[in-house]
Design a protein around this ligand. Structure first.
Ligand SMILES: Cc1ncc(COP(=O)(O)O)c(C=O)c1O
Length: 443
């Protein structure tokens, strides 16, 4: 194998059959599409190259900067491609959540612009959102930027319709699998692959995986966030299932420890989501119909960048004792029992009892707009604090607020479990507060 350019190595990744002794499915062959073997390390190499390559000659002539709204694998691939062409790369984001990836981007020479966000992700309908405004400014910049626009650019999905999908069909001997399971970030890989598989077999069952609403799985969106993605079309998926960070780590550990695949969390989530779906399917078969079926899931990237992410959630894997309680251990019953207040009730309560108001959103979102007098403790930091025990005096009531009221309800349940007598969650979060006419102040 000889190449003249590293981009020629993108694609043509292996399809690995998972040992049935590992997954335990009786009648389904399960395959992993190993996108971690792409040269820049992920499924996004294909999309990044397909999106950026048509504009490169012009960008090189003008000295434009490559820009993308990404804090992960797309940014990594684009930073490398831009560098190879003598161009700069800027990653625009309102939240860099995985520190190793931020460090890697800096090492690659990327510029990182962390914008204050009113929302936690791009909302094209919100013209006041700094990220949306930035997006519009890029479109009007007259060539200073080469913006790859991964959430809206059809060439993202096309990269997978041209490569990933046909490779799967080829490696299955010219047939589409019966099931295809993929995590959804920009929806590029799942919708591009699904398009090809359906052309071979209109019955293929496509399962999209999104992060559980109150959880974070790096690289994929939750069900609310995914609706804001231009490439997302719900008709592509037979079913959209949530996965938690715990599911992702469980799946990842199986791939790493039993299959020799150095998968990252979303590969683990895809394995977990695939096996869960397929087990239900097998259970639903009235009798063994004697048919063998096949299923494919995508392993998007590698484990190394996520050691901190895993350590935080499973300290015991690194030989450390978990010191206290974690938000992941809160049950749905506890959340249902936690005290949530609507906006009108919260406004009255603040006026009458002056609770400590804790805003769990990112510092950027907080700096842009927050409830007057509130204290900002970003949720990851708050989780660390709570591991050490109750961080507030029991004598002062506490109102917790987050973007939409999901995460704050979990923390309210956890603080209640830790013995706080009066902690409440703002139902609907800062978004409901804003929509309900509550006053917000900026820095
Ligand atoms: C680690 C990881 N997994 C999954 C995905 C989802 O892929 P897509 O954007 O094609 O939906 C991404 C996208 O950035 C990712 O970085």
């Amino acid at each position: 194998m000889r190449y003249d350019n590293v981009t020629e190595i993108i694609g043509d990744t292996p399809l690995l059959r998972i040992d049935p002794a590992v997954h335990g499915l009786r009648s389904i062959d399960l395959y992993a599409k190993l996108e971690l073997f792409n040269p820049f390390g992920s499924v996004k190499d294909r999309a990044a190259w397909n999106m950026v390559s048509p504009g490169l000659p012009d960008a090189v002539e003008r000295g434009s900067q490559v820009v993308e709204l990404s804090s992960g694998n797309t940014a990594k691939a684009l930073a490398l491609i831009a560098g190879m062409h003598g161009l700069g790369f800027k990653s625009v984001t309102n939240r860099m959540k995985v520190p190793e990836i931020k460090d890697l981007l800096l090492l690659l020479g990327a510029e990182i612009e962390e914008l204050p966000g009113r929302t936690e992700c791009l909302d094209p309908a919100d013209t006041e959102d700094p990220l949306t405004r930035f997006h519009q400014a890029l479109a009007e910049s007259g060539g200073a930027y080469l913006h790859t626009d991964q959430y809206f650019n059809a060439r993202n999905a096309d990269a997978h319709a041209a490569g990933t999908g046909p490779e799967i069909v080829r490696d299955l001997g010219g047939r589409a699998p019966d099931f295809f399971v993929a995590c959804v970030g920009t929806a590029g890989s799942s919708s591009g692959v699904a398009r090809v598989l359906r052309a071979h077999n209109p019955e293929v069952e496509v399962v999209g995986l999104v992060a559980h609403k109150s959880d974070f799985v790096p690289g994929i969106r939750n069900i609310d966030e995914v609706k804001e993605v231009g490439l997302f079309d719900p008709a592509v998926y037979r079913q959209i299932d949530p996965v938690t960070s715990d599911d992702a780590i469980d799946g990842m550990l199986t791939l790493v420890r039993r299959c020799g695949v150095l998968s990252g969390p979303t590969g683990g989530a895809a394995y977990f989501g695939a096996v869960r779906h397929l087990r239900r399917y097998e259970d639903g078969l009235r009798a063994d119909d004697g048919e063998r079926r096949s299923a494919v899931f995508i392993v998007c990237d590698r484990i190394e960048s996520y050691l901190g992410y895993v350590r935080k959630r499973r300290p015991a894997l690194f030989g450390a004792e978990s010191r206290g309680e974690s938000v992941a251990s809160v049950s749905q019953e506890e959340v249902a029992k936690a005290f949530s207040m609507d906006v009108a009730g919260a406004r009255r309560w603040i006026a009458e009892e002056a609770p400590l108001v804790v805003d769990l959103r990112s510092p950027f979102a907080y700096a842009a707009l927050h409830i007057d007098g509130s204290l900002n403790i970003v949720d990851e930091l708050f989780e660390e604090l709570v591991r050490g025990g109750l961080p507030f005096s029991r004598s002062r009531p506490v109102l917790l607020a987050c973007p939409v009221g999901e995460r704050s309800a979990r923390y309210a349940a956890l603080l209640t479990r830790l013995g706080h007598p009066d902690v409440r969650s703002l139902a609907g979060g800062i978004v409901a507060w804003r929509d309900g006419g509550g006053e917000l102040v900026g820095e």
